[in-house]
Design a protein around this ligand. Structure first.
Ligand SMILES: NC(=O)c1ccc[n+]([C@@H]2O[C@H](COP(=O)([O-])OP(=O)(O)OC[C@H]3O[C@@H](n4cnc5c(N)ncnc54)[C@H](O)[C@@H]3O)[C@@H](O)[C@H]2O)c1
Length: 387
């Protein structure tokens, strides 16, 4: 079977879906890889490395899409800027794997379905121990949390660690992380390595121990979320009254911080506003906010997706697609996730749609012209399909 790897076309994205190091494993499993020329170069993987590992380099993008399986990082759907260019290349019954933003736009998911592709959305991977090696969301979250701290440190006018020098003592930066999921926890670990003093908050009580184990102080608020966590481990959406109370209580912690990194998201929902314009006004001049939720509405009331703005003396970075900023390792981790995933889909050189396997069932988004994923159908209020 042929796997096609097109060059990523989301503006500024330097990642690539497969790296040369995974090609021997794929070859052993019977896959041949056709990669678009130059697809890996910006991530640090030149064409020659792919050729050395047996991949065929293909100059023409349309020819890459002639493959049985196409693997991308941002497919049409999650690439909402230029992804549509690939739609005419999609072929009926071809397998497409990547980030597809299944809870984004119904029209777009339907367009993908109508193209007839058998699409697997990596965002839908179950958060189970068995699926851990295939969990691309966690991989990208890890890279994103790391990079967010570097971006913050670079924009901040102060030094992060405490320094004792002949010119006197420099006090450490105070970093506050809101939302201690995969990205938030990696941000805590990275900021700590840089010597900052860390505090963090999450509405899931289970996050407290994880924050503390990384050397952060857990900020406890005297409010309790209703059913804070769903069966998949995700935070559940709360009512506006809860978010209002959260904002009131978070104000002090925000204003005492030099850097605030927000990573509080709810799958498929607009992100809650947790940092208001008034809180920003109360921060010291030169402070920095990195809003990792900017793409989904933002945790900061005045962040702007994809832009860095200075308001009330505070630099607010509306970060989007942050993992693409560390393309070498983001690509490596993603490629390993996909390489672990493929054997669940392909057996004896054929697509094997074993819907008894939750990894297959939950990630399968479209097939035969239809949106077939039960969770996605329910989300968009589409009638359930009869088996
Ligand atoms: N294989 C596995 O078992 C596995 C893999 C990855 C993640 N997980 C778990 O899944 C969970 C979610 O991970 P994620 O990082 O992808 O989540 P996410 O990106 O959906 O959310 C980020 C964080 O924001 C928090 N949050 C949401 N609303 C908030 C609010 N109003 N105030 C404060 N915090 C808020 C969430 O609780 C979460 O911790 C975590 O418990 C994680 O440990 C499990």
């Amino acid at each position: 079977m042929i796997i096609g790897v097109p060059k990523e076309i989301y503006p500024g994205d330097r990642r690539v879906a497969l790296v040369p190091a995974v090609l021997p494993t794929l070859a052993k499993a019977g896959f041949e890889v056709h990669i678009q020329s130059g697809a890996g170069i910006e991530a640090g993987y030149p064409d020659s490395q792919y050729a050395d590992k047996g991949a065929k380099l293909v100059a023409d993008r349309a020819a890459v899409f002639a493959a049985d399986i196409v693997v991308q990082v941002l497919c049409y759907g999650s690439n909402d800027l230029t992804g549509k260019e690939d739609l005419p290349f999609f072929r009926r019954d071809q397998v497409l794997i990547g980030f597809l933003r299944p809870f984004g736009s119904l029209d777009v998911v339907q367009e993908i379905a109508r193209a007839g592709v058998t699409a697997f959305s990596v965002e839908l991977m179950p958060r189970t121990t068995r699926a851990q090696s295939m969990d691309a969301l966690s991989s990208m979250g890890t890279v994103c949390g790391y990079k967010a701290v570097l971006v913050a440190a670079d924009s901040h006018p102060r030094i992060f660690p405490m320094l004792t020098t002949a010119a006197g003592t420099v006090t450490p930066a105070r970093v506050f992380v809101i939302g201690a999921g995969v990205a938030g926890l990696q941000a805590i670990a990275t900021a700590r390595r840089l010597g900052a003093v860390i505090s963090a908050y999450d509405l899931r009580p289970a996050a407290k121990e994880q924050v503390q184990s990384l050397g952060g102080r857990f900020v406890e608020l005297p409010i309790e979320a209703k059913d804070a966590q769903d069966a998949r481990g995700y935070a559940t959406a709360q009512d506006e009254g809860f978010y209002r109370r959260q904002r009131e209580l978070l104000g002090k912690a925000v204003q005492e911080s030099d850097v605030v990194i927000t990573a509080a998201v709810i799958p498929g929902k607009k992100s809650p506003v947790l940092v208001t314009e008034d809180m920003v006004k109360g921060m010291a001049p030169g402070s920095v906010i990195v809003d990792l939720a900017a793409e989904r509405g933002g945790n900061c009331e005045i962040s702007e997706a994809g832009k860095t703005v200075v308001k009330h003396g505070v630099t607010i970075i509306g970060a989007i697609n942050v993992a693409a900023g560390v393309p070498y390792h983001a690509s490596m981790m993603y490629a390993r996730n996909i390489t672990a995933f493929l054997p669940h889909l392909i057996k004896d050189q054929k697509l094997n749609l074993n819907l008894e396997d939750e990894i297959v069932r939950e990630t399968l988004l479209t097939r035969g012209g239809e949106i077939v994923n039960a969770r996605v159908r329910e989300f968009f209020s589409l009638p359930a399909l009869t088996p």
